[in-house]
Design a protein around this ligand. Structure first.
Ligand SMILES: [Fe+2]
Length: 292
């Protein structure tokens, strides 16, 4: 399956989130990693140790920026000072694309620091698309928008989450950061078939994929990023790759972070799937046949 204009960066195979407990290990051992994902907000500062470490990492590794506070779904326009700092950082890192969430979290300029799911309405889709277009124009970079996990739904939604995501990215002409763990979490919480979600979205817009572990509670599962990836999520990942072709993949592990080698080993499990997509495409077979 040929790469598309959003996932055509074949040198970005499997990435790992850059986290403080791993700084020393990475700088000393220089492990072989395709790329690191950084949280932009942690480095939007004027100097100090985090930026010095980032510069060191950038000498040896590709870095992709992931953001948590653009609030692209908010009714307010983007924050100009935030955008200016973000653009400065993109020039430093050379990130080939930039990701943030399809969510809101600010009301009248006050921020909740949460990523809140949106009502799936035509109006909200239009507003989010407009914010994304402005961000792409200003940053002069493609954006890829991540689906968040949710635990509640709005009564006034006019479509499904996957219809909403597709509508926004088509209107904004942007990419998707497809978080298959978030789809799985939401499918349990809202009882839909996650395969229907994967089969619907415009696969040619998927620029990057997130996989992660999560915690299961009595009634809900929470997207906590503190466990290995579970089998149903690997199955969804395989199905997603069957549609998208080889796509940059990032393992998220944000809490109770184990030693670097353990996170790396878990991330490298994705290599088998990525290799199978390439082999399937060469053999004219599907990914499941190659993996069997
Ligand atoms: Fe994610």
């Amino acid at each position: 399956m040929p790469a598309n204009r959003f996932n055509g960066h074949t040198e970005y195979g499997i990435g790992i989130g850059l986290r403080i407990p791993h700084y020393q290990h990475i700088l000393e051992k220089k492990p072989v990693v395709d790329w690191f994902e950084i949280i932009s907000e942690n480095y939007m500062i004027d100097g100090g140790r985090p930026l010095a470490i980032l510069d060191n990492i950038l000498e040896q590794y590709n870095v992709v920026q992931h953001g948590v506070s653009l609030y692209l779904g908010s009714a307010q326009p983007l924050n100009p000072e935030h955008m200016r700092r973000l653009k400065q950082l993109t020039r430093r890192t050379g990130t080939p694309w930039l990701t943030d969430h399809l969510a809101w979290g600010s009301v009248d300029g006050r921020y909740t620091h949460d990523l809140l799911p949106m009502p799936y309405t035509w109006e909200a889709a239009g507003r989010a698309a407009e914010n994304i277009r402005h961000a792409q124009d200003f940053l002069e970079l493609p954006l890829a928008i991540e689906n968040v996990s949710s635990y509640a739904e709005f009564h006034d939604s006019e479509m499904t989450e996957w219809e909403f995501l597709s509508e926004v990215v088509e209107r904004a002409d942007c990419g998707i950061l497809l978080d298959v763990n978030n789809i799985y979490v939401s499918s349990i919480n809202h009882q839909f078939d996650p395969r229907e979600y994967l089969d619907f979205i415009p696969a040619d817009r998927v620029a990057q994929i997130h996989i992660a572990g999560h915690s299961r509670y009595e009634r809900f599962i929470l997207d906590t990023h503190d466990h290995p990836v579970i089998d149903p999520v690997w199955e969804l990942y395989e199905r997603a790759l069957g549609r998208t072709g080889p796509t940059a993949t990032l393992l998220e592990w944000d809490d109770r972070i184990p030693p670097f080698d353990e996170v790396h080993r878990e991330a490298l499990k994705a290599r088998r799937y990525l290799d199978a997509v390439v082999a399937a495409s060469a053999a004219g077979a599907n990914v499941a046949e190659v993996m069997a």
